[in-house]
Design a protein around this ligand. Structure first.
Ligand code: NDP
Length: 296
């Protein structure tokens, strides 16, 4: 299926929550014939005014287009919505947030019903969707043929990043990035807590903190290079022994400031375990292996 200037490919969208509505508006603005459905009433009317065709049932909506995009609350709502609907010959793109295992199971489920399947992990909030330059993109994984066939229409609301045939990989990439983000949020919360009771304006401190975090981001690439090489002593600037010694100052400062160390200690205790294991000349990369070991 290809787009051209005169005939835009049609598609169906199930789910008109905050994200679904943003997606719908982007496709309508780009001139794609769009059929929409939402479980509850009221959410489709503004889209109908913008040119969408409103289906009375999910089955009608699915029947209307080969490309069916689903953006519902969770995997259980996808199950509830699609169970019993004929999916034979459909290209199903599931933008509902799921775990890797849920996405893999959904891919098998869709294949058993004669549909090609692509899972998506949206790296954006609704106002970024359809906004040029916002940086919004979606991780996709699953059927490469489906992705190639619909790449142009999928690229309308946000950029696309295809990460593999394994349907679980989009969710895995999505969650890995979000998990790192929460680590950053935790560090930011701790930093603001340290200055909370002092005469330091949070708004004056914020640019210092933000710039420092940006300055530290090359460590992501350094960690990746060490993991790829399997050598955690390569290019070490601040070794583990020094960092563990320094961490005592971090912990004592928090105590002096009357701040809980509950966010800091889990990570620092991993570094202490590495040091106790005689790895003081390495970087902090060994923490990755300690965590992965724990998960197995
Ligand atoms: P909303 O809470 O705004 O909307 C949820 C949608 O799911 C509504 O259309 C709702 O229908 C529908 N729904 C819920 N339960 C059921 C069910 N049992 N059967 C049928 N439909 C159901 O969520 P968003 O639109 O914001 O999010 C949709 C997906 O996008 C989620 O998986 C979310 O994680 C993901 N996402 C959202 C982001 C965001 O910032 N909003 C960012 C990245 C991903 P009804 O109107 O009838 O309640």
């Amino acid at each position: 299926m290809t787009d051209n200037a005169f005939e835009k490919s049609p598609l169906t969208l199930l789910g008109l929550g905050a994200m679904g509505t943003a997606l719908a508006r982007a496709w309508l603005a780009a001139g794609h014939p769009l059929t929409v459905w939402n479980r509850g009433p009221g959410r489709a009317e503004p889209l109908a005014a913008a040119g969408a065709t409103v289906a009375g049932t999910a089955a009608e909506a699915v029947a209307a287009s080969r490309l069916v995009v689903v953006c519902l609350l969770d995997d259980a709502s996808v199950d509830e919505t699609l169970t019993g609907i004929d999916l034979a010959g459909k290209d199903l793109v599931d933008l509902t947030t799921s775990t890797p295992a849920q996405a893999r199971a959904r891919a098998t489920w869709a294949r058993e019903r004669g549909a090609r399947f692509l899972d998506g992990g949206i790296m954006a909030v609704p106002p970024m969707i359809g906004t040029p330059g916002s940086g919004a993109y979606v991780f996709y994984s699953g059927s490469r043929a489906l992705f190639d066939a619909h790449r142009a229409v999928l690229a309308i609301p946000a950029g696309t990043s295809y990460v593999g045939e394994d349907a679980g990989f989009a969710a895995l990439h999505d969650v890995a990035l979000l998990s790192a983000m929460y680590g950053m949020f935790a560090g930011v919360a701790h930093a603001f807590a340290l200055i909370r009771k002092e005469k330091i304006e949070p708004t004056a401190f914020a640019p210092l903190l933000a710039d420092w975090l940006v300055a530290m981001t090359p460590s992501v690439h350094a960690t990746a290079a060490q993991l790829a090489e399997g050598d955690y002593t390569q290019g070490v600037v601040s070794n583990l022994a020094m960092q563990v010694a320094g961490s005592a100052t971090l912990l004592r400062t928090a105590e002096e400031q009357g701040v809980s160390n509950e966010l800091l200690t889990p990570y620092l205790s991993l570094l202490e375990r590495l040091l106790a294991d005689g790895r003081g000349n390495e970087s902090t990369t060994g923490a990755v292996d300690l965590l992965a070991l724990r998960a197995t």
